[in-house]
Design a protein around this ligand. Sequence first.
Ligand code: ADP
Length: 395
Amino acid sequence: MTGHVLVINAGSSSLKYSLVDAASGEAAATGLVERIGEDQSHHVHHGPDGDFDDDQAVPNHEAALEAAVRAFETHGPALGDLDIVAVGHRVVHGGSKFAAPALIDDALVAEVTDLVPLAPLHNPANLEGIKVARRLLPDLPHVAVFDTAFHQTLPPYAYTYAVPSEWLDEYGIRRYGFHGTSHAFVAGEAARLLDREPDDLNVIVLHLGNGCSAAAVRRGQSVDTSMGLTPLEGLVMGTRSGDLDPAIHGHLARVAGRSAEETDQALNSESGLKGLTGANDFREVSRRRAAGDERAQLAFDIYCYRLKKYIGAYYAVLGTVDAIVFTAGVGQHSAEVRAAALDGLEGLGIRLDPERNAQRADGVVSTADSKVAVLVIPTNEEWEIARQAVEVTQD
Ligand code: ADP
């Protein structure tokens, strides 16, 4: 697997890019254009000569990618000097259609467009990124890597909601799961760290960033995951509620006259840690908790209790668990979350080493005699996208 891949993650008002060596994972350059379409945008490019910032207005995604290409020319590395073999695009929703990364052509663009109702905020932005990148870099193969693809191995009893069965056929209502690129990467790294084959290992992965999700991975395949039709289901997140009683929508409509859109918006953007404490950033919640703030303590307890319930559920799903892996901002850096989520699980063969847990942001944090290894592994979605893009183009 050789060559560099330009990895593009297009959001509604941002464009993140990374030029990744698919073999080593090393990024030759990374960059982010934010506030696209606003009066003052912000572009930061980290290249071999350090950081470069620009606050000029960037009207649209095409201008953002042009700015990125210019930054490569001016600040390096020169794109022509590297063996760039593909452009890898992060695409949030691949529906039931995509269980693997796919080469982008007009037919794929049409299929991803058909999936927009399932991801109305994300897929249009991803499509915009694909459109401008194909136009500006027409000589390279472009590959779509889907956040949902890794979870396409869920069995029907795990992905089907107990709702009228025609909802699945008519509206695609089922569980899809997200963060698949991260779960796939981290499960693979866990095998490497433990010197085992991925298809010989059962792992529970806890991706705890601004968005949070858990996955049960049996012998390298996702068999359950906590996010569902949308990324709202499951764990408590920065601004999302995670699991709740679906009757809340109807109840709020009746007692408060709230529309479905209003409740949806509140559950996605005003709930989770933010709803409970006013702060969506976990570090702020931790600071307040340490200072004795009761609401921050309650939010922390709810967050960790939900995690513990998912760990228990996925332990039962897998039967035998070799490793529990914590990743992303909170998972990697919060020793107190790991300790609270695993507290009292010694009966399941899970023994955290308090010293290792307090000291490490990477590696094994369980005791030598723990039946289940507890690991902290930094995720690297860009590298996983680069690897998958190379696999598709070099098939
Ligand atoms: P994203 O999902 O946007 O990629 P990250 O994986 O960067 O997010 O995770 C962001 C979350 O990680 C934030 O809630 C942030 O507060 C939390 N975080 C980052 N560093 C720490 C830390 N040292 N201790 C606790 N939480 C942290």
